[in-house]
Design a protein around this ligand. Sequence first.
Ligand code: ATP
Length: 597
Amino acid sequence: MLKHRHNMIILKENKRTVKENIQTLKRIWRFLSGQKGRLAVVIWMVMISSCLSLLGPYVVGKAVDTYIVTKQTEGFVSLVATLLFIYLALSLSTFLQNYWMIGIAQKTIYSIRTQLFRQFHQLPISFFDQRKSGELMSRLTNDIENMSQTFNSTVIQVISSTLTLIGAIFVMLSLSPLLTAVTLLIVPMMFGGMRWITNRTQKRFKEQQQNLGELNGLIEEVISGQKVIKLFSQEKTVISQFLIKNEQLKQSGFWAQTYSGFIPKLMNVLNNLSFALIAGVGGIFAFKGMISIGVIVIFTEYARQFTRPLNDLANQWNTLLSALAGAERVFEILDKEKEEDDEAEALDLPVVRGEVEFRHVSFSYDKKQEALRDVSFLTSPGETVALVGPTGVGKTTIIQLLMRFYDPDRGHILIDGYDVRQIKRFSLRQHMAFVLQDVFLFQGTILENIRYGRLDATDEEVIEAAKWANAHSFIMKLPNGYDTVLQQDGSGISQGQKQLLAIARAMIARPSILILDEATSNIDTMTELAIQEALARLMNNRTCFVIAHRLNTIQNADRILVLREGTVVEQGTHASLLKEKGFYYELYHRQFKKEII
Ligand SMILES: Nc1ncnc2c1ncn2[C@@H]1O[C@H](COP(=O)(O)OP(=O)(O)OP(=O)(O)O)[C@@H](O)[C@H]1O
């Protein structure tokens, strides 16, 4: 039943062309390259077990004719022993083929999963900017899991069902073509009936899937937005929204399951019908001496063998197609263009002084609307540069280009006189560190989180950095000090403490160029002071780019770059810019002055 439900859900995906499916199969085949020998053994095993499963009923039929009808006992025991051997061998070969196939499947899935995970690290940032993380996660988990399930069982089932089906028809034809025709009568009825039910269930399953998606979306939103819901006392609204969606899901689920429940019933009816037909028509043939009783026994057994593989094939076929669609989604990522390789003569910069120049840089994310337009500036080593401007003017974009997450469409970015394209990415990023307002902490200890800045730092160096970052004292108050395990979102420590850890992490990286995205959230005064002091130490003697939100930072900056609509409209110190009475002056009076009044 479950399998059948799955069929319906994936009907939509089955619209892929045969050519596309063959191409995907070819690619999967390539992943199996190291295991073709084992796969051949499995296929042999499947063939043997299919033959054995056809042989069993044949021997039973022969036993009826030779021993039971004639009441002959001699040799009967050895025939029963043969039958026992056939069924034991069948069980053993089924077990072995499953065991080996699971081994092959898991090895293949392991290598596809590893390749996909590696690929994620080689893709440019633009790839991630354009996609939802949930959707990417689902390729690495759901799609691969779907492939894995299919490899585990479907391949074997498809081969075995096909062989059994062909074998059964072949043996039946050789025994009695007429009775075979009678047995096959149920096939069109089976397809007709299935089609009738499928047409009705398909719509219901689509509805169910859609309702389930909407309900999941609501649940996800409610869980992540718990604080907002509570704060605005929206619990009742959310619950009533949930009840509506839940009711819809119940309704569609009820009808989908009810309709699909007809399928096993139909199979049963048809099976019984075929038994009755074989017994009735076969009986008449037997009276006329056209066939023996044993042949009727063989036919009734094969009739069962016949409907089962047909049903299995219908189910497995859809599962296989759905797995192919999943595989295609995985391959689509594997085929994405990787981040451009470093140029052959790209340099390793052992030391960076921190001179940064943007020379007529223009850049557009979508190649339609420019996010930066002819931006030029030159900073001296050790300068603190504040990027100032209204929202969406390109402050973050300047930083993204500096870190080489994107390359400019026009113009050049130079560090110590070298075009960033001439520097190896790894080397470039090694000289940079950033402290962003959303501090990203990994699941792990505090020690590991700080050491992320430079993996070869000793424990002593980590502690030293934490002391410099004013983080040591709060860390020591935690139950396990530096060994306290943080969850991925850093729950358990405050926003300000996360900032202090981020500063320690940047400190240990010993960068020449520092990037700061100042936190806008309110942090208590004591922690704020600790952060400001730690930042001042971190920024000392380093070129710093600050996406500045605090007046204090802006006033103390050596250079302020004032951005407007993707271009630098003014630059200078706070005092000189105020004197100019231009855009900065306007911004200052609009945004900041109220802070100091
Ligand atoms: N990944 C992206 N894809 C497409 N457009 C983007 C992307 N990131 C930013 N943009 C667009 O580029 C322009 C500049 O964005 P940017 O993030 O650099 O602004 P900002 O000055 O940092 O803004 P804020 O102060 O709000 O963070 C905006 O118009 C924005 O919509």
